[in-house]
Design a binder for this molecule. Structure first.
Ligand code: NAD
Ligand code: ZN
Length: 235
């Protein structure tokens, strides 16, 4: 049985109506990341940053997983050795039924208290008060996501790199592959002998090392990948 690892980015949620960052209609076209997704921005203006997150949380709360998320959940159930790594913070993989998701950039529903350190999920959208306050101590909380300039959670990172090194197939879906270290994963997989498959309507830096590039949306592209893997598994 082949070992399969998948890396997803914002593009997998595009068909659920959640804007990507860098593609056409990307969020960063209207907002500057350095003004919003950095620790400096947060300490300068927690209210502004929280308003942006509250807006995204409301969008995500209304969104449903699409066929792409669902096929990946099915792969997890059917393939004995399967790893799903995501850069997304929207939780739609879990909503589609994926049980083991390596979240490299955190989760938009998580909050972390800057006073007492408590970390918990808060699914309220819209938030009743901005910025929100810690439910334990009343301190200022921040979104439980990784911002520009911050380190990634070490355990998730280690699991992701192990999966990349061990995989027979490494599938890259809907990521512009420019945000490091996540963008490194397909290159590591390739170096360690994996067959790299890319699903993205646009070319990315991964395209030139991919063994197969499907210039397609996640839903249709992943369906083809699923059929291929099934054939491989049946020998
Ligand atoms: P990105 O915006 O940089 O790139 C999105 C990619 O998806 C582009 O290459 C685009 O061509 C492709 N794409 C667009 N529609 C697609 C579709 N229907 N099917 C497949 N691919 C499609 O996103 P990224 O590479 O994930 O950027 C990294 C950062 O953006 C991460 O830190 C992530 O946390 C953050 N982000 C997350 C979300 C989310 O959780 N949904 C949304 C926006 C950004
Ligand atoms: Zn607290």
């Amino acid at each position: 049985m082949p070992k399969v690892a998948v890396l997803t980015g914002a593009g997998i949620s595009a068909e659920s109506g959640i804007p990507t960052f860098r593609g056409k209609d990307g969020l960063w076209k209207r907002f500057k990341p350095e003004e919003l997704a950095t620790p400096e921005a947060f300490f300068r203006n927690p209210k502004l940053v929280w308003e942006w997150y509250d807006y995204r949380r409301q969008l995500i709360a209304r969104a449903e997983p699409n066929e792409g998320h669902k096929i990946l959940a099915r792969m997890e159930r059917e393939l004995p050795d399967f790893t799903l790594i995501t850069q997304n913070v929207d939780g739609l993989h879990q909503k589609a039924g994926s049980e083991k998701v390596i979240e490299l950039h955190g989760n938009i529903w998580k909050v972390r208290c800057l006073s007492c350190g408590a970390e918990y999920y808060d699914y309220r959208a819209p938030l009743p008060e901005i910025p929100p306050r810690c439910k334990h101590c009343g301190g200022l909380v921040r979104p439980g996501v990784v911002w520009f300039g911050e380190p990634l959670p070490p355990e998730a990172l280690e699991q992701a790199f192990n999966a990349a090194r061990e995989s027979d197939y490494f599938i890259v879906v809907g990521t512009s592959a420019v945000v490091y270290p996540a963008a490194q994963l397909p290159f590591v997989a390739k170096e360690y002998g994996a067959t790299v498959i890319e699903v993205n309507p646009e070319e990315t830096p991964v395209t030139r090392i991919a063994d197969l590039s499907l210039r397609e949306k996640a839903s249709t592209g992943l369906k083809k990948v699923y059929e291929m893997l099934k054939e491989h598994a049946q020998g």
